[in-house]
Design a protein around this ligand. Structure first.
Ligand SMILES: Cc1ncc(CN)c(N)n1
Length: 239
């Protein structure tokens, strides 16, 4: 079995949970709370900067000229295309100009995700780096294509531009190239290195799910308290 197929099988429940999440269901149905859209874009703009740095590290570690060029193109797409996909969400949310450039605090999930990617990029080889970034690409392409198949959005669907961007054939081709790279690297890796690639991939999958959840529900660095000041989920609840 291809290594990438093994990865997909392991992450299938996370892909399914993400598709069922109210954020993605909101995209499919064309209706999402304004707060969730704004929070998603604000956190994702920060995420994309880090993601771009990790791509640049992959470019630096690439083992062939072909892979180097591939990552060179990916960095360009990231710097332009993905920000355009955000425009769609910002328009639906009718974001005011002053909200666009607002300085926002990094929420815990973004912080966790960036730390994970940067740690892999700083300490690991090309194989582990591409395994860690794979879910960022795979999950969006897979879920956008499923939603497009199911909903068949027309041009007046509020999120048609966002969906067409991630569901496009160009994105699928670029995903397929990444999968071939991951399979090639896994074939050259020993058991330990393959296990590390798998772990890096799975952690990114979980964090992709949590990223949408963070956007939808909001998140805080402080513990959440109930009306009487008790820690929610703490022992007090059961007394
Ligand atoms: C968190 C996250 N993951 C993935 C993508 C799509 N490259 C994104 N824009 N944001």
């Amino acid at each position: 079995m291809r290594f990438s197929t093994e990865l997909y099988e392991a992450s299938r429940p996370i892909f399914a949970a993400t598709l069922a999440h109210p954020f993605l269901q909101g995209i499919a149905q064309g209706e999402l709370p304004r707060d969730a859209l704004v929070r998603y874009v604000q956190q994702d703009e920060l995420y994309l900067t880090t993601y771009c740095r990790v791509y640049a590290k992959a470019l630096a570690c690439a083992d062939t000229d072909e892979h180097m060029r591939d990552f060179y193109d990916r960095v360009g797409l990231l710097l332009e295309g993905e920000h355009e996909a955000h425009e769609n969400l910002l328009q639906v949310a009718a974001v005011r100009p002053d909200e666009r450039g607002a300085m926002v605090e990094k929420l815990p999930t973004l912080h966790h995700y960036e730390s994970h990617l940067l740690a892999v990029a700083a300490t690991s080889d090309f194989g582990a780096i591409i395994a860690a970034i794979l879910p960022c690409h795979w999950l969006y392409v897979d879920l956008a294509r499923r939603i497009v198949d199911e909903v068949q959005p027309t041009a007046d669907h509020p999120f048609s531009a966002w969906l067409s961007f991630y569901a496009s054939d160009d994105m699928k081709d670029s995903l397929d190239r990444l999968l071939v790279m991951v399979d090639k690297r896994a074939a050259l890796a020993n058991t330990e290195a393959r296990a590390f690639m798998r772990a890096a991939y799975m952690e990114s999958c979980y964090l992709e799910y949590r990223f949408f959840d963070m956007a939808y529900r909001g998140e805080s660095w402080l513990p959440q308290t109930t009306a009487n000041g008790a820690l929610a989920g703490g022992r007090d609840r059961h007394v």
